[in-house]
Ligand binder design. Structure first.
Ligand code: PRP
Length: 187
């Protein structure tokens, strides 16, 4: 789905399909160099990171193993809290593995801070992060993102995996939603 398909719902485009592709290609080249002899395990947190991890791993020039996790953070509304529970776990033993987490967005940082600690606790040899988007204004917890995509303002963004009410994940770029789309929910 493209912006033109949902024009009435979109205020403006923030990161184009071409910009996303170019950035992912760049980072994938760096990662391919950095991990050439490390047999890396790429981990994605469902569901938002799916688009990112697919595009990213396809752009790598080395074979990697992939695994997925489903986490839930309990909090009010769109705010995530510090309490994270595993809804669906990895099927891979991470002991001694070099792990690269591919994430769509770092918001408060709580999800990634928890995940990095959890993977280290399980015995990973190393844990690094690739995040396509970061919202610095929302950061609450320190997280070291080695491979950085785009910094974006604190606006309601959808697309390339990011949803509003489970929709718009299949938009091929990243865009700001019109307030009228979610206004009813905020009343
Ligand atoms: C989003 C996103 C990250 C997390 C980032 O997932 O995919 O995993 O929030 O937020 P944080 O930095 O404040 O922890 P979400 O919980 O919305 O679920 P989804 O991926 O299924 O959309």
């Amino acid at each position: 789905m493209r912006i033109a398909d949902i024009q009435d719902d979109i205020d403006h485009e923030l990161v184009s399909k071409e910009q996303i592709e170019a950035k992912i290609k760049d980072i994938a080249a760096r990662v391919s160099d950095d991990y050439r002899d490390k047999d890396p395990l790429v981990i994605a947190v469902l569901k938002g990171a799916v688009n990112t991890v697919v595009a990213f791993t396809q752009a790598l020039s080395i074979p990697v193993q992939m695994d997925f996790m489903s986490l839930s953070s309990y909090g009010s509304g769109t705010e995530s809290s510090g309490t994270i529970t595993v809804r669906q776990d990895l099927s891979t033993d991470v002991r001694g593995r070099h792990i690269l987490i591919a994430e769509d967005i770092v918001d408060s940082g709580r999800t990634l801070a928890w995940l990095v600690e959890e993977l280290k606790r399980r015995g990973a040899a190393s844990v690094e992060i690739f995040a396509l988007l970061e919202k610095p204004a929302r950061r609450e917890v320190e997280v070291d993102v080695k491979y950085k995509g785009f910094e974006i303002p604190d606006e309601f963004v959808v697309g390339f995996g990011l949803d509003y009410d489970e929709r718009y994940r299949n938009l091929d770029s990243i865009a700001v939603l019109k307030p009228s789309v979610y206004q009813g929910d905020e009343a």
